[in-house]
Design a protein around this ligand. Sequence first.
Ligand code: DX5
Ligand code: ZN
Length: 215
Amino acid sequence: MILAPSLLAADFGNLQQSIEMVNASAADWFHIDIMDGVFVPNISYGMPVLSVIQKHATKPLDVHLMIIDPDRYISTFAKLGSDILTVHYEACTHLHRTVQAIKSEGMKAGVALNPHTPVSVLEDIICDIDVVLIMSVNPGFGGQSFIENTYKKVYQAKTLIQQAGALALIEVDGGVTLKNAPTLLEAGAKALVAGSFVFNAPNPTETIASMKLLA
Ligand code: DX5
Ligand code: ZN
């Protein structure tokens, strides 16, 4: 399994320290949540903070854009070292074009689905994308509780990918803990994002290690 701690839950006053903790841990990716206050009712951080993250991080940057009209910033996020750039299905009028633009900048392309968006909307694009990001909370905030319907959606995504002979990886984001992670992995998830469960733990490094032991 791939574990991607979400820096949204890190202590921004000691960001470098949190990044170095993840560098030295068993985690695989940095999950970076970019929010615009329009697509979601919250604003997180933007380019200057991402450039600090890029400077210190030694693992791939998994950037999750919760912004409208993401096409405007694709090349900026490529320059800022994003390895995976995920856009929301709900925020893209011409999703296929957006996905091609992400790939042409040399990044892996992800598409995120809100809890109310059915997996079937990806039927005609599943072979073109690298990551399906299934939101297990309504995007905008860390620390929310996991929506149980997610298990079913992960399984549906797995089936869609298999039937199409596609290679996309399934990632789950929101309210992930050691309690729901095993069932998510069983249902077909490969990458799990964990924010508060990691950073609010008494020992984040150990929490990462115990999640990584799941698979
Ligand atoms: C929510 C973000 C998540 C969030 C996860 O909008 O996309 O990545 O940081 O945080 P937890 O794990 O606390 O739900
Ligand atoms: Zn996220």
